[in-house]
Design a protein around this ligand. Structure first.
Ligand code: EPU
Length: 421
């Protein structure tokens, strides 16, 4: 078990490169199950969720070769259509194998993911989409069992915009017979990228990047080489690290348009943001942190995956801010831990009401989930004295060696072995 020991209260400076995006990689990887060939993805981050998805794909018969951010996947010889609990319980994104397995083999058995650290995360929309495409879907002894002789194109409307359900529906529709129209589709960059991959593999897709996607199913899909995007949530976390420590830092991140909602909010706090080609610089050296409300929303709104980090930033703001999570109403497990660092936060319904304090003070805190951990690291960087962040295995699911990037920016942060749990 590892923990972070952070000596906080220092300014950061310098430049750091953002890793490849976890959530797009987690959508691209299962898509190879549709293909009877090889795909090579580059810019894949070395994080535990990618290793978990690799293990699941290997279990299904995919040949996996992961070498310095290049991930080669060969799905020519699939030997199982069964995604067992031991893999799925570790990571909800495992449910992405449902659509492609069902579409290619007419059968998929996928464990139900179970609870999530911060509250309910249903998968009803994934199942409804499979049924619309003609599958018979049953829940048996903790498993989703889906069958269909051949999926057939259909109209699928999502009442709630869902990244995962849109991805699953797009993958399944790619091998269905005929035309599928998906409305109120998610337009998160990770899903747009999945659509671009499917198109490059030979699937006919219209409306990529819009809320209405039309797919003409095909018989055979070939693999291809494909570039992953960089991680907008890691990029956003690093920018907030600059803001919370009143620093001037730069990140190498080629898709600033993926982060507009955060960039505009950071400007409202008084920070100066400068975008120059692939570099985003934040200068927060001369400003108090203004208290700025945010409400999370689907893309291009403010991402729920940056809500915890924003809550940490607002802890040191000059007045009161309300941070509302409209995607996950219970995603506030970081709040009691930030309070241990001296923050003044009250959770009311799906909002954190944050009264800014003059300073945070180092303490022992515990990670409860991926983004909560990131917010505690940010709190620790700003807090005076020593902060220990326990259970950072949550953080290792989605941030590639964040301590090295932060050290490169001058932070005093060490990964230390511990028996504390
Ligand atoms: N929803 C349903 N039914 C469903 C699916 C979703 O009601 O069948 C609801 C959810 O409860 C939620 C909303 O729809 O309120 C959106 O959930 P979505 O399906 O979009 O989330 P997801 O696909 O399970 C992905 C990311 C999450 C990120 C969310 C929202 C991946 C692997 N995960 O999850 O990322 O928070 O979209 O943007 O792409 C993270 O990286 O820390 C993370 C949790």
């Amino acid at each position: 078990m590892d923990k972070f020991v952070i000596e906080g209260g220092n300014k950061l400076n310098g430049r750091v490169k953002v890793s490849g995006a976890k959530n797009s990689a987690l959508a691209l990887m299962p898509a190879v199950l549709l293909t009877s060939g090889k795909s090579v993805f580059n810019n894949i981050p070395e994080v535990n969720d990618i290793f978990t998805m690799s293990k699941l794909l290997k279990h299904l018969g995919v040949v996996v070769d992961f070498n310095s951010h290049n991930l080669e996947l060969d799905a020519s010889n699939i030997t199982s259509q069964d995604a067992p609990y031991e893999h799925v319980k570790k990571m909800r994104a495992s449910v992405y194998v449902l659509g492609p397995l069902l579409a290619r083999f007419g059968y998929a058995k996928v464990s139900l993911p179970g609870g999530c650290a911060w509250g309910p995360r249903p998968i009803n929309l994934h199942l409804e989409a499979m049924k619309k495409l003609g599958a018979e879907v049953n829940l048996e002894e903790g498993y989703i069992v889906a069958k269909a002789k051949k999926l057939t194109g259909a109209q699928i409307h999502f009442d709630v915009s869902s990244v995962g359900a849109t991805g699953n529906a797009m993958m399944a529709a790619s091998l269905a017979k005929g035309n599928t129209l998906i409305t109120n589709a998610a337009i998160e960059p990770e899903i747009t990228l999945l659509a671009e991959y499917l198109k490059k593999c030979g699937v006919s897709i219209d409306g990529i990047g819009t809320k209405t996607i039309e797919i003409e199913g095909t018989e055979n899909i070939s693999g291809t080489d494909f570039n992953n995007i960089s991680d907008r949530i890691e990029a956003g976390t690093l920018l907030i690290a600059g803001a919370i420590t009143n620093s001037n830092i730069a990140i190498e991140f080629p898709h600033h348009e993926h982060l507009n909602s955060l960039i505009w909010k950071l400007e409202e706090t008084g920070a100066k943001l400068l975008i120059n080609n692939d570099i985003i610089e934040i200068d927060s050296t001369n400003n108090e942190i203004e208290s700025i409300d945010v409400s999370t929303d689907v893309y291009p709104g403010f991402p729920t995956d940056l809500q915890a980090q924003w809550t940490a930033l607002m802890s040191l703001s000059n007045s009161t801010a309300r941070v509302t999570d409209s995607i996950y109403s219970d995603r506030f497990k970081h709040v009691p831990e930030l309070v241990r660092l001296g923050a003044n936060i009250e959770v009311i319904d799906n909002s954190a009401v944050i009264k800014g304090v003059k300073e945070l003070k180092g303490a022992k805190v515990m990670s409860t989930d991926l983004r909560a951990s990131a917010s505690l690291v940010l709190g620790g960087l700003a807090a005076k004295g020593t902060t220990e962040v326990l259970r950072i295995y949550h953080l290792d699911r989605g941030y590639q060696r964040i301590e090295e990037k932060l050290s490169q920016l001058g932070a005093r942060i060490d990964r230390v072995k511990t028996t504390e749990f």
